[in-house]
Design a protein around this ligand. Structure first.
Ligand code: TXA
Ligand code: MG
Length: 349
């Protein structure tokens, strides 16, 4: 398949392009597009045949449901009812990086929800995403626009790398603002439960439901027959080709431990990648060192994380050693993605 790639600017949107891409969605095709979290791979959420193409293009397991994306607050057609707490979250955080799980209506095909009775709904704040949804005149089902298992794309180049030749259209915009996928919150339970941490943090959600809690799958290694409430959380994810080890503890000790282990690897003729920060990068004696940004801005670290993980795939490293972060605010989402990329291979220093 020939993929059409077009770049547009969020502050100067060319509606001709979005109308054309909207027609592709209406006609049952696939369009990758930017959002403020990560790039999405979209299809008409209500068209079973179109949605099937997403699973094929990504190599996605069929038991992993898709989030649907809307551009206005009228979600009545897609759900059986809207719990009060969901209304509060929508009013406070939409449009933005949060997905709400609710009971689905019959309009949502079982292929979209992977046979669940619920559906995840999100209203992205990215203007290109919002205008594309409007132009397509439907809800857009969109997982992250990566091949299953790889880190999600946060720029158009990463999208092209994974999906060129597999989808009809790729719309390029700027680098994703948040850089991590949306927070997923299950609104079918009382209290509500976070299934995936993201840009809207636990602390922020406490202002809506003080008893909000985190699903146990978020910070522990899933066992073989464990069934997390977000099916996607059980898969190996965000993984670069080389294995990743996370070093957790005081930063001075972390640096010392990484340098010590690096010597061993180098003696064994291995090439070592290091994921560091602006404050620490100069203290590593060897290896291919990449900084995620300053420890003063967890938002920047989040924004750069997937790009840095992906970039190691073209470096031919044998192992990646990575610093950890405090699990406060968006740090929780950062560590959730890092722990998964490392298959929970964590070294306490
Ligand atoms: O930020 C995002 O959410 C991005 C952008 C494109 O919007 N999308 C995204 O989709 O991350 P995806 O498919 O890569 O991740 C969706 C996650 C999966 O872990 C899936 O299992 C879970 O959401 N999920 C979807 N529907 C669900 C449901 N009804 N109940 C529980 N989990 C659900
Ligand atoms: Mg994904």
């Amino acid at each position: 398949m020939k993929t059409k790639v077009v770049n547009i600017q969020e502050d100067n949107i060319d509606m001709n392009i979005l109308n054309e891409a909207g027609d592709v969605i209406k006609d049952g095709g696939l369009v990758a597009f930017p959002t403020e979290t990560v790039y999405g791979l979209g299809a008409n959420a209500l068209d079973e045949e179109a949605v099937k193409k997403i699973f094929i293009a990504k190599g996605r397991p069929q038991d992993n449901p898709l989030i649907i994306h809307v551009a206005d607050f009228n979600i009545d057609p897609y759900v059986k009812n809207i719990p009060e707490v969901a209304k509060k979250i929508m009013n406070k955080f939409w449009p933005g990086p949060i997905t709400l799980i609710m009971e689905k209506s019959d309009l949502i095909p079982m292929t979209t929800s992977a046979n669940l009775d619920t559906v995840g709904i999100r209203m992205p704040s990215n203007k290109i995403a919002a205008e594309l949804i409007r132009a397509s005149k439907t809800a857009i089902a969109a997982p992250s626009a990566n091949i299953s298992g790889r880190p999600s794309p946060t720029d158009v180049e990463s999208c092209i790398e994974d999906l060129d030749g597999k989808v009809d259209y790729i719309i390029g915009g700027t680098k994703s603002e948040v850089g991590l996928e949306s927070t997923i919150v299950d609104c079918t339970t009382n209290p509500i439960c976070i299934l995936r941490p993201g840009g809207i943090t636990l602390e922020m959600l406490k202002t809506v439901d003080k008893d909000v809690y985190m699903d146990s799958s978020i910070s522990s290694k899933p066992t073989k027959d464990f069934k997390p409430k977000a099916p996607g959380m059980k898969y190996r994810h965000y993984a670069p080709k080389a294995p990743v080890k996370i070093f957790k503890g005081e930063i001075e000790k972390t640096i010392a431990k990484i340098n010590e282990m690096m010597l061993n690897y180098i003696e064994n003729k291995m090439t070592v990648g290091i994921i560091a920060t602006d404050e620490t990068k100069e203290f590593y004696n060897n290896g291919i060192i990449k900084s995620l940004g300053s420890r003063d801005s967890l938002n920047d670290i989040a924004k750069n994380l997937f790009h840095v993980l992906r970039s190691f795939d073209s470096e031919d490293v044998d192992i990646i050693l990575c610093e950890a972060f405090d699990e406060q605010g968006v740090g929780l989402a950062i560590m959730n993605r890092l722990n998964k990329s490392a298959g929970f291979n964590i070294i306490e220093v």
